[in-house]
Design a protein around this ligand. Structure first.
Ligand code: NAP
Length: 300
């Protein structure tokens, strides 16, 4: 493979991660080498205007996808935002299409500890990893830990009320900024090698909800403390707030997985691959201070 001219394709390029990976890649390679695939090409008109090749890429249309991937050497396969069996099938379609098209290397956005996670939506990543390995394609798995952006949903409420309420016990999570995931993915795509490797893409350290409450207090200048709940208390609170029962169950399940340590994986991939350490959680909160201090009703 001539690394200086290889075509690099990114699926899901209109998603938050995909778009950012394309933008970061454009700092390192010529736009004509980048193929941005999405179900909504109109959302990428600005990238097309910069010389990026933009095309339809839908895992639900594997035949068309295989045609589009012809000539691609490196592919970033971004996991879809649906859950359940349909997600695994979509990912398998994409893997099959890549193999048929003769793609030389696949990078897949996975999740930490996918084979033994208590969370079903994380175990779905294990099935995709297994399908990629079975395909014989050289691969890099980017096992992204939970995005720190997830905390921007609960943070404003915690700051407004002074209480961060969760059923996460003393469990810790190595939250990673989406930007750090994007930087890491761009580095893997733009550099040779990464053959049959697994990278844990995480924050610098695993932090407990006590730590998060402390950092929210520091960034807001207001008192915030962590109130540990039982799973049932958390469930009742979410239902009382109007959340549908399946969503409440999903969120409580995440808390319990945190309590069990399922998201405490810390890896060095961000620093190793980009040369820059991942954002500390306090620095991440400082960057999003205005969002954290926004009136609670305006934050989704
Ligand atoms: N680590 C975490 O905490 C965390 C949190 C949320 C999500 N995730 C996972 O990471 C992925 C990227 O995160 P994000 O923040 O960019 O999510 P996002 O903004 O919600 O993007 C969803 C992505 O799914 C793609 N997609 C959906 N259906 C597809 C299909 N049929 N064929 C091809 N692509 C399809 C979308 O592509 P187009 O719309 O461009 O076609 C888009 O890139 C998510 O999809 C999810 O699997 C991780």
């Amino acid at each position: 493979m001539n690394e200086q001219s290889a075509t690099i394709a990114i699926t899901g390029a209109s998603g938050q991660l995909g778009r950012r990976v394309v933008e970061l890649l454009l700092e390192r390679v010529e736009p004509g080498r980048v193929l941005a695939l999405t179900r909504s090409p109109d959302k990428l008109a600005d990238l097309a205007a910069r010389g990026v090749c933009v095309a339809v890429g839908d895992f639900a249309q594997p035949e068309k996808l295989a045609e589009t991937l012809a000539g691609v050497e490196r592919l970033l396969l971004i996991s879809t935002d649906v859950t359940g069996d349909i997600r695994v099938q979509l990912h398998k379609n994409a893997v099959d299409a890549a193999a048929r098209a003769g793609v030389r290397h696949v990078t897949y956005t996975s999740a930490v500890d996918p084979h033994s996670s208590p969370l079903a939506f994380i175990r779905e990543h294990a099935e995709t990893e297994d399908a990629i390995q079975a395909s014989g394609l050289p691969y890099a798995f980017l096992r992204n830990n939970f995005y720190a952006e997830v905390l921007l949903r609960s943070g404003p409420q915690a700051i407004a009320t002074g209480e961060l309420r969760a059923a996460a016990g003393d469990g810790a999570v190595a939250w990673v900024a989406r930007e750090d995931c994007a930087r890491t993915a761009a580095a893997v795509l733009a550099t040779p090698g990464h053959d049959r490797v697994v990278y844990d893409v995480t924050g610098l350290a695993a932090v407990t909800y006590h730590d998060i409450a402390r950092e929210l207090a520091a960034v807001s200048g207001r008192p915030v403390c962590y109130v540990p709940l039982t799973a049932d208390e958390a469930r009742q609170g979410l239902l009382a707030a109007g959340l549908p029962a399946p969503l409440a169950e999903f969120l409580v399940g995440i808390d319990q997985a945190v309590a069990q340590g399922a998201l405490s994986v810390v890896g060095s991939a961000v620093r190793d691959l980009t040369g820059q350490p991942p954002a500390r959680i306090g620095d991440f909160f400082a960057q999003y201070r205005s969002a954290l201090l926004a009136p609670v009703s305006s934050v989704s």
